[in-house]
Design a protein around this ligand. Structure first.
Ligand SMILES: C[S@@+](CC[C@H](N)C(=O)[O-])C[C@H]1O[C@@H](n2cnc3c(N)ncnc32)[C@H](O)[C@@H]1O
Length: 239
């Protein structure tokens, strides 16, 4: 069953890429831009059609866009020829190795929920050493998804692992990544019953662990959001 998520994306890459290109991701892009130092080197995980990588390149970042489906990587080149040579096949978690180099930011939009619990943990563990000292990890995962699942798989055969905000926070902390900001956004494709949680995590340095009050930077307070993060409708099992 582990391969079935990627099989779905590979078999439907054309249709899926067209759909992702049409999404309204203005809030997501604002979140990315406000979380990353301009001009940095970025690694995107599960890039889909390349929509967000193309946006970030356009904003002056250097981006290595990756996806676990070779067919999706082909779609990147079709939709965004400027990314050819900067889009590669990389399957999580095994593809994350030190050979990739280090990055100022790593981001994964609507990807981590497709991994098993063990794969999520291995991915987060592998992200930390790929970040520079002040590197940041940004990811978007469902805060709510009403669709019924059978043994954690949807009707299309894609895995969905549902974790509360606290579970994401604890998993990140376990691997020295601290979530310092979250933002809730509506679904970019306008689907009912789907709400996203966008998270910004910072790499924790030894000094930060020892002196959290002195070294933890201040972030502007987020406006309260209507959706209670960490609680899911009954069809979405609360872990
Ligand atoms: C919901 S789509 C999101 C695509 C894109 N990030 C976006 O927001 O439009 C999930 C993407 O994750 C990729 N993916 C799923 N499992 C993966 C894995 N194990 N390793 C790498 N990519 C994976 C899929 O091929 C697909 O492109």
């Amino acid at each position: 069953m582990g391969q079935s998520t990627l099989n779905y994306y590979s078999q439907n890459s054309f249709k899926v890429a067209e759909r992702y290109e049409s999404a309204d991701v203005t809030k997501l892009h604002d979140f990315l831009l406000s979380s990353l130092k301009p001009g940095g080197r970025l690694l995107e995980l599960g890039c889909g059609s390349g929509r967000d990588a193309a946006f970030m390149v356009n904003q002056g970042f250097k981006v290595l866009a990756t996806d676990g489906s070779a067919s999706m990587v082909q779609q990147v080149k079709t939709h965004h020829p400027e990314l050819a040579g900067h889009a590669v096949h990389l399957k999580l978690p095994d593809g994350l190795s030190n050979e990739l180099g280090v990055f100022d930011g790593i981001y994964a939009v609507a990807v981590l929920m497709h991994l098993s619990m063990q794969e999520i943990e291995r991915t987060i563990r592998a992200v930390n050493p790929l970040l520079t000292a002040k590197g940041r990890f940004i990811f978007s995962v469902p805060a709510r998804r009403d669709e019924a699942l059978t043994n954690a798989f949807d009707s299309k055969g894609r895995r969905f692992t549902a974790l509360s905000r606290d579970r994401w926070k604890d998993l990140c902390l376990k691997h020295n990544l601290q979530i310092v900001r979250t933002m809730i956004s509506e679904d970019g494709l306008g689907r009912d019953g789907i709400v996203w949680m966008n998270c910004l995590a910072e790499k924790r340095l030894f000094m930060k662990l020892m002196l959290p009050i002195i070294t933890t930077p201040h972030y502007p307070q987020q406006a309260p959001h209507p959706w209670p993060v960490g609680r899911y409708p009954s069809v979405w099992p609360v872990p």
